[in-house]
Structure formats: structure tokens, C-alpha cells
Design a protein around this ligand. Structure first.
Ligand code: MRU
Length: 367
């Protein structure tokens, strides 16, 4: 992703290896006011990064967890196979407990754990795990590029596109899912405007998506979440594209809280509503959205807002915005029913209704 630093433009990815062999990630708690790198040196720090949302976004959570397993494996160089295996199983358990909704986390842990082969030496296992985690990282980038190619076909010159949360380069490794077609349309010279729902309570739209669009010079407006209905009803939006945390077999989609509301607004106002996702976001074992676990986060995220004194003093502080005597609710995701979705933009093409049938065919072809 492009980041403007003074007169220079630099290219960054959300995650990479440090020279010392640790995991370096962009600290997303600090953006947009401060660009800092967070280093995870072991599984515990990797779990912290996912849980505390130093990294977030379904595909990036998956890649981070895979790299966490690489750290666990590398800590076992001098161990016998049984101990190596126990350490990896326990690391996989800890990583699985960090966030419950994004299926990429579980898919990537399963993918890495599958290659732990009882007949090989520990050294060979470590090399295989490293290779598989790197394959996953590279595949994620390539899949986002392809999502951009397919999704761009839906975007016409002059289109006004709405999105929610951050499904950009920061949520993947690079490029993004919902932001991939937007990046591609812009680089092809189409004039587009993006309407970014701020995405309370953690403001991933206002803080992260707007930051990415600013650095790409893509015209955009941050809007309050509750103005989306007014804006859509008044004919200001041609297309909505959102990301996904889990897509189940009947086509129901879990994504950031507020996504369902946008889908209902689109249906009511006859606006196309698209979901963009890589293959790692498909849950091959769950039939219906009813069975997706929705993460409930700490109420302090609703009670407080992260803010800075001014743009020159970039250290964010949590400030209280409602009385602690009133309880609140903080579901982090919602489920959009399949019937509200126009199509799903994947690296293998755009899935159309009936989604259940299209998903079955996609998963058959991806085996
Ligand atoms: O709670 P978050 O910030 O991890 O939620 C992220 C989202 O809901 C994204 O839309 C989703 O993970 C897709 S990211 C390509």
C-alpha cells in the first residue's frame, strides 16, 4: 500500500518479518495520527496483537496467526518431536482463542497444523511450516489482486461507492478485499468517490479506510454510520462493497456491525450490494449464519472514544463519552442474509445468486 511521507511515496505491507526473525506489523491502534510498527516476538505477543486489534481484518488475522505458529516452531529447534508437537498444539489453541468470528483465523491455523507431520524431523517440520505460512501470505496478496480485477468490472466511471469498516490493505497483507476493486478502478483512471462509514465504536472506517484512500489520492468522504440511510435514499450511492469475516454455505455473511443495516438499505433502495472476500473467508463446515459466533467486545469501546488532543499530538487517549451507570452492548459483527446480497467478489470471479449453489461450485473448484 502507498504511504505518503513528506514528498516521498513508500510502499508498505501490513505484516512482514523483522531482520531478527520476529513479526512486524503496522500498529493499527495508532493510525491515522501515528505510523508505528509493533513487533511480536513470541506466540503470547502474537495473541496480544490479534486480541487487542493491533492487527485486525479477517485475512490479516489469519496470516498473523500462521506467522505466530512459525514463531512457536522456531522456538523448538532443539526439541524432540513430541515436545515440538505439544508446543505447536498449545500455540494453536491459544491463537484460536483470540477472536471468534473471522474464520480465516481457524482456516489458517488448520492449514499450518495439517502439515505437522509425525514422520519428519523437527527441523523439516519447521522449514515446512515457514514455507506454508509464506505461501498463505503470498496467496492472500494475489487473491486480493484478483478480487480487484473482477470487482473493477462492476465499477463505472463516475460511480459513488459506499463501504464500512476497513477491508483494505490494512485488513489483508496488501491491496485489500472491498478496497481492491476501488484501488483498481482508480488506477485505471475511473473517477470514483468513496463514502466511508466511520464504523463505531472502533472507527475502522474513519481511521483506517480513510487513511488508505487519502494515501492513494482517492476522493472520499467520511460519514457517520447513522447518515448512511439518508445518503443512500437521496440517490448519492451507485454501489456498496463490503468485506467479510465469514461466509457460510448458504451465502449468509458475517461482517462488521452495521453491514446488515447497509444491506437492508440497499434492498429497499434497489442499490447493488456486493461482498468481497478471499477463499480463506469461506467457512466450509457451517451451513447458516445462525450458527456463526458473534464476538461481543468490552463495553468500554462504546463508553469511550479514542482521540488525540490535536493532529500534532499523535498519542491517542480513550475519553469517556457516556455514563458508566448505563450499561451498553457491543456486538462487533452482524450477519447479512444471503438474500440481501447481489453477489460475492472472489479471486475466482463474481458469485451470483443463488449464492448457495455458486458457493458449492466455488468450493468444489478450490479443493
Ligand atoms: O473487528 P475488525 O476490524 O477485525 O473487523 C474487520 C471487518 O469486519 C472487515 O470488514 C473484514 O474482516 C474483512 S477484511 C478484508
Amino acid at each position: 500500500m502507498k504511504v505518503k511521507i513528506g514528498n516521498e511515496i513508500k510502499n508498505y505491507q501490513s505484516i512482514c518479518w523483522s531482520t531478527k526473525g520476529f513479526i512486524n506489523v503496522i500498529d493499527q491502534r495508532k493510525l491515522p495520527f501515528s505510523f508505528e510498527v509493533f513487533t511480536a516476538r513470541n506466540v503470547e505477543e502474537t495473541c496480544f496483537a490479534i486480541k487487542e486489534m493491533v492487527v485486525r481484518g479477517a485475512p490479516l488475522i489469519g496470516v498473523t496467526a500462521a506467522n505466530g505458529l512459525v514463531l512457536a516452531a522456531k522456538s523448538c529447534e532443539d526439541k524432540e518431536f513430541e515436545e515440538f508437537n505439544n508446543i505447536l498444539v498449545s500455540a494453536a489453541n491459544e491463537l484460536s482463542k483470540t477472536r471468534p468470528t473471522a474464520v480465516d483465523l481457524f482456516n489458517s491455523i488448520q492449514r499450518i497444523m495439517k502439515i505437522v507431520n509425525k514422520n519428519e524431523s523437527v527441523r523439516e517440520n519447521i522449514a515446512n511450516i515457514k514455507k506454508e505460512a509464506e505461501n498463505l501470505r503470498l496467496e492472500t496478496i494475489e487473491e486480493c489482486r484478483l478480487i480487484g480485477e473482477y470487482g473493477n468490472q462492476l465499477i463505472k466511471n463516475g460511480n459513488r461507492i459506499m463501504t464500512i469498516c476497513n477491508a483494505g490493505a490494512l485488513a489483508t497483507v496488501d491491496i485489500g478485499t472491498a478496497l481492491a476493486p476501488i484501488r483498481k478502478a482508480h488506477s485505471d483512471g475511473k473517477e470514483i468517490t468513496v463514502y466511508v462509514n466511520e464504523t463505531r465504536p472502533r472507527l475502522q472506517g474513519a481511521r483506517l479506510t480513510a487513511w488508505e484512500l487519502y494515501h492513494e489520492d482517492i476522493e472520499h468522504y467520511i460519514i457517520t454510520d447513522n447518515s448512511a440511510g439518508h445518503i443512500i435514499k437521496n440517490g448519492l450511492i451507485d454501489l456498496v462493497i463490503v468485506g467479510a469475516d465469514r461466509i457460510v454455505l448458504n451465502g449468509d455473511v458475517a461482517n462488521k456491525i452495521g453491514t446488515y443495516t447497509l444491506s437492508v438499505l440497499c434492498k429497499e433502495n434497489k442499490i447493488p450490494f456486493y461482498v468481497a472476500a478471499p477463499i480463506s473467508t469461506f467457512d466450509t463446515t457451517t451451513r447458516s449464519g445462525k450458527d456463526i459466533t458473534i464476538e461481543e467486545r468490552d463495553g468500554k469501546e462504546v463508553r469511550t472514544a479514542l482521540s488525540v488532543n490535536n493532529e500534532q499530538d499523535p498519542e491517542p487517549k480513550r475519553r469517556t463519552i457516556h455514563h458508566s451507570l448505563s450499561p451498553n452492548l457491543n456486538p462487533a459483527f452482524d450477519v447479512t442474509p444471503s438474500k440481501n446480497i447481489t453477489g460475492i467478489i472472489t479471486p475466482k470471479g463474481i458469485l451470483e445468486q443463488p449464492l448457495e449453489k455458486s458457493i458449492t461450485m466455488l468450493l468444489e473448484n478450490s479443493k
